[in-house]
Design a protein. Structure first.
Length: 318
């Protein structure tokens, strides 16, 4: 895996094979049981004890080093400036394509980090809750671009992250339903001064246009202390998406309340063709135009093979 541009000589990342990365676990203890790991896995994803031991425990150890160093820097700066700030959480972003396994990665990290000693408060939020409601997307002609940067209420997301990073309490965010494919009216999730906050979403590393007048224009990743990008080849991602679509056709789509209930009675051939069409029309376009270009901005990139197993890890040099 080479993250350099064609003409670039210096690679800003150190690349580790799976075996090299696994050895970095050192003595980091396994704090999850097999049944807990199974509960953290998304429907179509693969996650077992070996994957946690060889990939996520070394990452947990690395994050403990980063968090400790950031806390010491924070307290040193506070002493230098002779100020008293509110508690500032460490924020981790998890990015990648639809069907890449972001949700699984975010949940495993939350579970592992919450078992550190002393037990930190680790919260998790997805950017799905900051999508505009379907009524707004339909009115603006954006339903076919759901998940694209323009389909999110960016000012609301930035305001949320700004309040969390400033230590305000509590901070609330909208809640999204994957069943109804829409924001749930009058329902919110509350984030109350976590030690660590994990933010998961397809476009969390997206940049904005630079202002001509030099005024500050924040982007979501400005609030991140560390970021992870889940990577895989496009053909692999497409296959995972189709498999997930077929699995949902036989489960969640059967619910009459499901936004995708109309697909529940499709044959295998019809469902596969429908999934591929949705992938190419929406998810592939979003991947190529908005998600993949942000990959070089991540602190760490995990590259998966077709079997969902992480094959290489790239860590940005300090």
């Amino acid at each position: 895996m080479d993250i350099r541009a064609a003409e670039q000589q210096y690679n800003p990342y150190r690349i580790f094979s799976r075996e090299q990365w696994a050895r970095l676990r050192d003595d980091t203890p396994m704090t999850l049981e097999a049944d807990e790991i199974a509960a953290l896995r998304s429907m179509h994803d693969r996650l077992d004890l070996k994957e946690v031991e060889e990939i996520y425990l070394p990452l947990s150890r690395l994050l403990s080093i980063y968090v400790d160093a950031m806390q010491r820097l924070y307290y040193a700066q506070r002493r230098f400036l002779r100020i008293r700030d509110r508690k500032v959480p460490y924020i981790i972003g998890v990015a990648g394509s639809v069907a890449a396994g972001k949700s699984t990665t975010a949940r495993v990290l939350q579970a592992l980090l919450a078992r550190w000693s002393p037990r930190p408060k680790v919260d998790l939020i997805t950017t799905d809750g900051f999508l505009f409601p379907n009524a707004v997307l339909e009115r603006q002609g954006l339903m076919q671009k759901k998940g694209f940067p323009e389909s999110y209420d960016l000012p609301l997301l930035l305001s949320f992250l700004s309040d969390v990073k400033a230590g305000r309490r509590p901070v609330r965010a909208p809640v999204y339903s994957h069943l109804t494919y829409d924001i749930i009216p009058n329902e919110e999730i509350e984030i109350d001064q976590p030690d660590i906050l994990i933010v998961e979403g397809v476009n969390v590393l997206q940049t904005g246009r630079l202002p001509r007048d030099g005024k500050a224009v924040p982007v979501v990743s400005d609030f991140f202390d560390f970021s992870v990008y889940i990577d895989a080849e496009e053909s692999v991602l497409r296959d995972w998406y189709v498999r997930r679509f077929l699995a949902l056709r036989d489960t969640a789509f059967l619910d009459p309340r499901s936004y995708f209930n109309r697909y529940a009675l499709l044959s295998d051939e019809e469902a596969t063709a429908t999934a591929i069409a949705i992938w190419e029309r929406t998810n592939l376009a979003n991947l190529e135009d908005n998600i993949l270009p942000t990959r070089p901005r991540a602190t760490l990139i995990m590259k998966k093979g077709a079997d969902h197993v992480v094959e290489t890890v790239a860590l940005r040099r300090l």
